[in-house]
Design a protein around this ligand. Sequence first.
Ligand SMILES: [Zn+2]
Length: 434
Amino acid sequence: MRRSRSFIPTTKEIPSDATLPSHQFLVRGGFINQQGAGLYNFMPLGKIVLEKIRRIVKEELDKAGCNEVQLSFITPLSLWDRSGRADTMGKEMLRIKDRHQNEFVLSPTNEEAMVELVKNRATSYKDLPLNLYQINTKFRDEARPRYGLLRGREFLMKDAYSFHASKEDMVREFDMMESTYKKIFTRLGLDFRVVQADSGAIGGDGSKEFHVLADSGEDTIVVCDSCEYGANIETIFETDEEIDALNEKSYEELQTKKIDEKCSCGGELSFKKGIEVGHIFQLGDTYSSALDAKFNDENGKPKAYEMATFGIGISRLVASVIEQNHDESGCIWTKSTAPYMVNIMISDIKKEAQVELAEELYSKLQDSNVEVILDDRKERFGFKMKDAELIGFPYTVIIGKELANGNVQIFDRKTKEKISVSVDDIYSKMMELI
Ligand SMILES: [Zn+2]
């Protein structure tokens, strides 16, 4: 992509309601823009990042044997009446009427629709297990949408639903999906913890959350310094008092607070702030029983499916990457989420030698399937550098004054270090770095 042909409207203006780094930098970097309360458009750079995350999630789920489907975003209210959730979902579920006064819902989640899809189609134990997923728009009418993509009303979510002949098989799938999720978040380059969630009515190990660690996170979690252990504070502390007080504390206060108990591995426990990006539940037969969704078991006896459900916030992940990876100048994308890996910057486009070398490197990197953008705009060098730091390309090749001595510079966004490389070595050096 040539920057002169691209639509990347960066700005110095910070939206008045943007308190979090991801909200500020994604808007300022020209990734997203707000269309209405809790409603965001993804502009070209934002769309590239969203698609990269979606692709990694899809690849790992397909490898795990899940089937991708796409359900209608609008669902009849009658479905929600049958499961009983028309009454319990409250105002977060937005209802609409068509011209015939039939009532519909903008889907906030899709358990009911997915059960209806499988019911009467997977009729024997031989048709099970099944795991179906979609990466689709969801709508929840939040009372106070805020924090940009982290607490929007319309969002992109991966939701998967599995159907089983027995509880044992459902638990096997639950454990398998936990390791699939770990692969996904590792590939995205994120520092995350699996957290034992408040089990509530589900009980036991029936629910786990995946949190990206970030100082600005909304949730307070307890983590061990020597093993993988993580827990939601609801599972450790007894009283709603205690819990509200902890949730209200900021990251700095929390760091001084000591936990007397030790982890079962002997390690020290401490508080961290996290952003919930994934949640997996063992549902049992709650929905299948309510919707009379049954299969015939080995003895030909009708039985309700055992179910589990698995969510990942795809658009929420775009913001989470930046909450975890940013500095005062802007975004620092991980290698697997960066909109472009290499930004080639021509310092002065009036200098023919600079343009010639930039064009040559641009073609060579493109031919090697490197995601590369060429900053060929008629702008000052300082302006273009600030822009590159705000957007957060992992590497910028600066073709400038040093070219007279046969050198160019590589700027590393994460460390902000510049190294000089000879013109002859620049292609191989870039291929080595990425
Ligand atoms: Zn431990």
